[in-house]
Design a protein around this ligand. Structure first.
Ligand SMILES: C[S@@+](CC[C@H](N)C(=O)[O-])C[C@H]1O[C@@H](n2cnc3c(N)ncnc32)[C@H](O)[C@@H]1O
Ligand SMILES: [Zn+2]
Ligand SMILES: [Zn+2]
Ligand SMILES: [Zn+2]
Length: 428
């Protein structure tokens, strides 16, 4: 395989967007464009016990690391393969006890540095782009971001000094900036956060709010599948952000995390903004000042993230307040209902979760692109809730809707598909 291309895709310089990926062959919806193993990945602390620390397989009966009793593995083989990286944390977790609290980014960077030491050749994750060549945008960091990076470097030294030879300070700052701009969060089929990872080749893709591919995970492998037909020569775009929100909000997020303004079709035409920001119909009409004020309130409200019990109260309060001006299908209302559903699930209030979920699913299906992980995961959660509450017919219908989207984005042979088919047939 020549460098710079793999299968039917190739790296190129995308005008105004830096490097990018484009198709050299036609692809149809559901086709796999790229499969990239993680250069490095790290399991979230909250997922320990449910998922293998090494291969990210989800199964029951994982075995514990005998030393720290914190990491869990499928078998001895996974444990043995993970040891060169797990040893960075194993004894430190015992030594620090309750005080062991590095951020997930710090944990990932520790694993990257340890991998770099042994990885002398171009890895299977770097067929198109080397990790060291990832964009860092160092010149664009403001003081707050610089400080955050300094804190991460300090955290790395604090928790990982025993087993790591650190690169010099500036190189570390660059590495954190690269990870912030190019890192991936690994999520399951319900979009629960499983961990963080770097996939250099996948990070070559630029962003669009009308993406033609989606990135999904199979263990620690990232897979890129077409969600629109792609012709040879066309650029391959993924979405970096949640596409629910209106153009201004999306671009604020893109500027803040990735330092660019999006010029995609949706950002240019803003065609969905009006429905996304739908107002209640009122006899004498709303004054624009009132709408501006409520929008400001909504945008602030969706940034806060206090703990669950208070969060539910906050969601209900915000929904009440915003409901006077916004329609229920308005994305700020949907955001709050989605949060409220999450809290209800956390508190095992299934009826509460269901009532919020039922309100968001229809607008979600209209506002997100046709093949969306957000829509699939919402059908899935609803289906599982109905099933848990013995509403088999509604459950089967919702699960089948999830299955239809998931077959395309995950591929028919993914374990999620097998599990879901079993769920559907089990309760018939
Ligand atoms: C994950 S990297 C993508 C690859 C990148 N173009 C490169 O050369 O390394 C993210 C960066 O790509 C650029 N980028 C991505 N999508 C873009 C877009 N739609 N318009 C302009 N720049 C974009 C931004 O500089 C962003 O910080
Ligand atoms: Zn495993
Ligand atoms: Zn251990
Ligand atoms: Zn856009």
């Amino acid at each position: 395989m020549k460098t710079g291309s793999t299968g039917g895709i190739a790296r190129f310089d995308s005008p105004g967007k830096g490097r990018g990926l484009r198709a050299t062959e036609p692809y149809k919806v559901g086709d796999l464009l790229l499969a990239c193993p993680a250069y490095a990945c790290v399991l979230s602390v909250g997922e320990r016990g449910y998922i293998c620390e090494h291969c990210f397989a989800r199964k029951e009966g994982l075995s514990k690391c005998g030393k720290c009793k914190k990491a869990f593995y499928c078998n001895v083989e996974c444990q043995r393969k993970d040891w060169p990286l797990h040893k960075l944390e194993c004894s430190a977790m015992c030594a620090f006890g309750e005080d062991w609290c590095p951020s997930e980014t710090v944990r990932l960077v520790a694993r990257i540095i340890a991998t770099q030491v042994t990885q002398k050749e171009r890895s299977a994750s770097e067929k198109l782009l080397l990790l060291k060549d990832l964009e860092a945008h160092l010149d664009k960091l403001d003081n707050e971001k610089r400080e955050m990076n300094e804190l991460d470097v300090a955290g790395l030294h604090h928790f990982y000094s025993k087993h790591l030879d650190f690169p010099e300070h500036q190189a570390l700052l660059t590495l954190f900036a690269q990870v912030n701009c190019n890192g991936f969060t690994v999520e399951d089929e319900e979009l629960s956060h499983l961990g963080s990872a770097v996939f250099p080749d996948v990070a070559l893709m630029n962003h669009s709010c009308c993406p033609n591919v989606i990135v999904v995970y199979r263990g620690t492998l990232a897979e890129v599948r077409a969600v629109q037909a792609i012709s040879p020569g066309e650029e391959i775009f993924t979405s970096y952000i949640d596409l629910l929100y209106p153009t201004e909000d999306r671009n604020e997020r893109l500027r803040d995390s990735y330092y660019f303004n999006c010029d995609c079709r949706e950002c240019t035409t803003k065609s969905k903004d009006k429905v996304k920001l739908k107002l209640r119909k009122m006899g004498d009409g709303l004054r624009s000042e009132e709408v501006r004020k409520m929008t400001r309130y909504a945008r602030n409200a969706i940034e806060d993230f206090p703990p669950p019990a208070e969060l539910l109260e906050m969601c209900e309060l915000s929904l009440d307040k915003m409901g006077a001006v916004f329609e229920e299908s308005n994305v700020y209302m949907l955001h709050m209902m989605y949060q409220a559903m999450g809290v209800c699930l956390y508190m095992e209030d299934y009826d509460g979760a269901l009532s919020y979920g039922e309100k968001v699913i229809k607008p979600f299906s209209q506002l997100y692109p046709p093949y969306s992980l957000n829509v699939a995961s919402m059908h899935l959660k609803l289906g599982r809730l109905y099933m848990a509450l013995d509403r088999t017919l509604a459950g089967t219908t919702a699960l089948k809707k999830a299955l239809e989207i998931m077959k395309v984005v995950y591929g028919k042979d993914h374990s999620y598909i097998k599990e879901l088919k079993e769920e559907i047939s089990r309760k018939k």
